[in-house]
Design a protein around this ligand. Structure first.
Ligand code: GDP
Length: 399
């Protein structure tokens, strides 16, 4: 078996078990470190563990991808992570970087179940932090917190350990106030950030270290030690990233506190989908049923060399290449020519993608982001996630 086939088949195996999938995004005020954080996750977490695929296979795979010259600016990046001995696929879905009013933020939040909120430790909670948290909560996306740029508290502000801790407490309090303000009553208490339970990480995305309170206790790390590392210099800081790698801390947090897609769809579908929840399609989505009718929501459309690539989330049923489906907003049938999954930032062709997962499709002509795709036979009784009015060509109005 070639490297690609073997690695893809390992990921496909994990994708069939919904408990081992997480769909997340990173949201932040501009410049607080969203890009640096996602880059460090991608660099470290990679595509699949060497333990499962073998070192040679992983290297082989990456070499093949390099030769194919695919860009890393991806609509989705799928990360591989092991937690308590179990493998997980974490889809990190691209969310628009800055506040925009076109509905794109809501559209991308719709395919996520959890979000890492990045806050600059020096600046604290800012206006856009508030906006993105409010938008996430409106979509019933669960927030967890990463307090970034802690190196600045040490190097620039030269704060002692007690003051650093005090700063964290203030930021957590501010974020919790926003959760109080914007979360619906049933989530307010459950989603309140408890640092002692490990729902908050602090660290430096630039220096690639991050830690949570339970890990501080478990690993016996002290603030003084972290401060001293910065006093000692580069090598000591590099040690921090080995002792408490940021990707491990954040992805552990995601697996522990972000619900799996089935758990999330139970409470999210009634909020984000306006159709009849008691209909066959409504029930299939509530249960993220891979055997139910297909519902695929497209949050991103990009033009690649080979044509239009539409990325989105399978809310129910299974995407299968070759199948004919119906595009609710465009009001027409279309064929799924090629179905692919993300491996790191790359796409690999696969036969099928079951409910709960993020995948990409080629073959739809002039499809728009925001489109809802369903199985044939459900043209009439399925409501779209978003109603797009197709005016004249490239103009799209979101109702
Ligand atoms: P985004 O706008 O949220 O995507 O922010 P970026 O990831 O582009 O980061 C904005 C700036 O902050 C860049 O100059 C980064 O190098 C810097 N930055 C990101 N993380 C850290 C950090 O942990 N410490 C410090 N000192 N700077 C950081």
């Amino acid at each position: 078996m070639g490297a690609r086939v073997k690695v893809v088949s390992e990921i496909e195996k994990i994708m069939r078990n919904i408990d081992q999938i997480r769909n997340i995004g990173i949201i932040a005020h501009v410049d607080h470190g969203k890009t640096t954080t996602s880059d460090s996750l991608l660099a470290a977490a990679g595509i699949i563990s060497e333990r499962i695929a073998g070192e040679a296979l992983v290297l082989d795979y990456l070499n093949v991808e390099k030769q194919r010259g695919i860009t890393v600016k991806s609509a989705n990046v799928s990360l591989y992570h092991e937690y308590e001995g179990k493998p997980y696929v974490i889809n990190l879905i691209d969310t628009p970087g800055h506040v925009d009013f076109s509905g794109k933020v809501t559209r991308s939040l719709r395919v996520l179940d959890g979000a890492i909120v990045v806050v600059d430790a020096v600046e604290g909670v800012m206006t856009q932090t508030e906006t993105v948290i409010r938008q996430a909560l409106e979509e019933r996306v669960r927030p967890i917190l990463f307090i970034n740029k802690v190196d600045r508290l040490i190097k620039e502000l030269k704060l002692p350990p007690e003051k650093i801790q005090q700063r964290f407490v203030e930021i957590i309090k501010e974020v919790n106030n926003l959760i109080d303000l914007y979360a619906e009553p049933e989530f307010r208490k459950k989603w309140k950030l408890d640092p002692n339970a490990g729902m908050v990480a602090f660290g430096s995305a630039k220096d690639k270290w991050g830690i949570s309170v339970p890990q501080v206790k478990k690993k016996g790390i002290t603030f003084r030690e972290i401060i001293q590392a910065y006093e000692k210099g580069k090598e000591a800081v590099a040690e921090l990233s080995k002792k408490m790698p940021l990707h491990e801390t954040l992805l552990d947090m995601v697996i522990k506190f972000v619900p799996n897609p089935r758990e999330a769809q139970r409470y999210r579908i009634p909020k984000i989908w306006k159709g009849d929840i008691n209909s066959e399609i409504g029930q299939a989505m509530l249960n993220a049923d891979p055997d139910g009718p297909l519902v695929f929501f497209i949050n991103d459309v990009r033009i690649e060399k080979a044509g239009l690539v539409a990325t989105g989330r399978v809310f129910s049923g299974t995407l299968r290449s070759g199948e004919e489906v119906y595009l609710l907003n465009a009001g027409k049938k279309s064929r799924l020519l090629q179905v692919s999954i993300y491996m790191g930032p790359f796409r690999e062709v696969t036969k099928e993608i079951p409910a709960g997962n993020i995948g990409a499709v080629m073959g739809f002509e002039d499809v728009r982001a925001g489109e809802t795709v369903v199985s044939l036979g459900y043209e009439e009784n399925a409501a779209p996630f978003e109603s797009l009015r197709y005016v004249s060509e490239p103009v799209v109005t979101i109702a």
